[in-house]
Design a protein around this ligand. Structure first.
Ligand code: FES
Length: 564
């Protein structure tokens, strides 16, 4: 049986003459200054999401250079190639809308280029999940090199971090508690270095989950972006990628199994991680033919304490987490409930990783099981007549007094309506009201991070800090409050959220995991007869997205990209 082509002989351009295709490929490489002596080495692709529009990835060029050094040291041939890059604050209307485009870009380049293994360089929220989705579908040996988190900032003797404190300070400004001068000064100190947001937001969560799934070399998810250790990690990653290229294993798809996914769910709960991770894990799992069971996520949450004392649930930052022992130290706390036989791209099992990890752990930031930050239920899954296919609440970041709540609804028809009315002094709202935002789901608006609806200005100025808020949108992993997200099916798909009217009573029963619209069935049937779906975009990627995106419980992937 002929050996399958390797290195530069892989995926030759179809001219009808493979020897000519290889000859031409070599000629072009010589034009770029590469000598033929390196042409038979294993080829490692380095997918870079560096972009001037992505400040979180400003250190990507240096990290890529370190990975290249590692590849070359180990006898491989590195090729850096770009894919699109997505930054949370530089993506209109929503970064999630573009996640699947990055996943497709990554997958198609991995299918087209002559590489034996790939290192995925990313970090800002949507990038790592998209890159992993693409790598799993292309099923090549893949490692992830996160760019790493920022260092924490300081202002007026207070330690600050993005974006939990961005939101807190902004809310304080809206409430009239923080003046414009203080806000402007703090703005310059919220993000003092390059890197990803340094709280346990979506970027940190996804880096940790990528490590849990085995894509990141041990401890690599938390090294600060600007530390020299990050570059040494890059070299190690490059060296390991050459070994994977030579062995053609493990492939990305082989790392995503029911067991590794179960480990990731437990780690997510113990991190008190981002609600966005549920969407991304469901999508990554779907690419590997595995299903993320939201009810199992809830069951795991009830039995898993939050041990990472990091904002927004706790007090610390990723640099504390890193110096405190990092993810392997956290996983060691949970080792009795993790599957230690799963393998990682490092070539070790999880059990071997944890056994070899330094024993010291800072119990102030990675708490022992006996002293959790919160006793459990970081992320709770709700179901009920308002969310038949589920919704999520970051319970550990919500106000205890609002977890059992019944009150009338105040409905906003999309973001424009909300922005137009939320601060209107005549808005008929009380602190008791349940604020409802609809038309902000995957089809309706690309599911922006608008679910943490601002407290109406007149209530904020009166000292109201939290209200029950419900939407088919997402929220930043750095945010907090009694915010119910990802209501599925969304309003634009005809979910019950579309039928809510001002004044309808809504009951949140967090203990019972219920979210119900207290309106009679006959009345809902009458309202449903009048429901008209919103129009969707008529061209381009936006049309593809609106026509094929799945609901939040299925990870918002495209229906034609999910594995059988
Ligand atoms: Fe890039 Fe937070 S905006 S990680």
């Amino acid at each position: 049986m002929p050996k399958s082509p390797r290195g530069l002989s892989r995926r030759l351009t179809r001219y009808g003459d493979d020897r000519f295709a290889r000859f031409l490929r070599e000629a072009f490489l010589q034009s770029a200054g590469l000598s033929p002596a390196s042409f038979d080495r294993p080829v490692v692709g380095i997918a870079s999401t560096g972009s001037d529009f992505n400040p979180c990835h400003a250190t990507a060029p240096a990290l890529v250079e370190a990975i290249r050094r590692g590849v070359t040291m180990a006898g491989g041939l590195p090729f850096t190639f770009p894919t699109i890059s997505i930054h949370e604050s530089f993506a209109h209307p929503s970064s999630l809308l573009l996640r699947n485009l990055l996943a497709m870009d990554t997958e198609e380049m991995l299918r087209a280029l002559p590489l034996d293994a790939v290192v995925l360089v990313g970090g800002c929220d949507k990038t790592l999940p998209a890159q992993i989705m693409g790598a799993v579908s292309a099923d090549v040996p893949a490692l992830v090199a996160p760019v790493g988190p920022m260092m924490a900032g300081w202002d007026q003797g207070e330690r600050l971090g993005a974006c939990t404190d961005c939101r807190r300070l902004w809310a304080g400004h809206r409430a009239g508690e923080i003046d414009a001068a203080r806000l402007a000064r703090a703005q310059g100190h919220l993000m003092p270095t390059h890197g990803t947001c340094m709280v346990m937001g979506t970027a940190s969560t996804m880096a940790c989950l990528a490590e849990t799934l085995g894509f990141v070399l041990p401890g690599g998810s938390s090294i600060p972006a600007v530390h020299s250790e990050r570059l040494r990690f890059g070299e190690d990653t490059g060296r390991r990628a050459v070994a994977m290229a030579t062995q053609a294993a493990p492939t990305a798809r082989s790392l995503v199994t029911a067991a590794s996914l179960a480990n990731a769910v437990r780690v997510l709960q113990t991190l008190g991680g981002s609600t966005n991770a549920l969407i991304h894990l469901a999508a990554i799992a779907g690419r590997a033919g595995v299903t993320l069971d939201l009810d199992e996520v809830d069951r795991v949450g009830r039995a898993t304490p939050v041990l990472a004392d990091l904002k927004p649930i706790g007090a610390g930052f990723m640099e504390d987490f890193h110096h405190g022992g990092g993810l392997p130290a956290l996983m060691r706390r949970l080792s009795a409930s993790l599957d230690l036989t799963v393998s990682a791209a490092s070539g070790q099992t999880l059990g071997e990783v944890l056994e070899g990890w330094p024993g010291w752990t800072d119990a102030r930031v990675i708490r022992p099981l006996s002293e959790p930050v919160a006793p459990g239920e970081a992320l709770a899954i709700l179901r009920g007549s308002l969310a038949p296919d589920g919704a999520v609440l970051k319970r550990a970041a919500a106000s205890g007094a609002l977890l059992q709540h019944e009150a009338p609804a105040l409905v906003f028809e999309g973001l424009d309506d909300m922005m137009a009315r939320i601060d209107d002094p005549a808005l008929p709202v009380t602190p008791d009201h349940v604020l409802v935002l609809r038309g902000a789901g995957p089809i309706g608006a690309g599911m922006p991070e608008a679910g943490s609806i601002p407290i109406p200005a007149k209530l904020a100025r009166a000292g109201v800090k939290d209200m029950v808020r419900i939407s088919d949108a997402r929220m930043s992993g750095t945010a907090y409050g009694t915010v119910i997200l990802h209501v599925a099916p969304e309003a634009a798909a005809g979910g019950p959220l579309a039928l809510v009217q001002d004044g309808d009573r809504i009951r949140l029963d967090t203990d019972g995991r219920r979210l119900d619209l207290l309106v009679a069935d006959e009345e809902l049937t009458r309202r449903r007869a009048g429901f008209r779906p919103a129009s969707v975009p008529t061209r381009g990627y936006a049309r593809l997205h609106a026509e094929h995106v799945l609901q939040a419980d299925r990870g918002c992937d495209f229906d034609f990209l999910v594995s059988d």
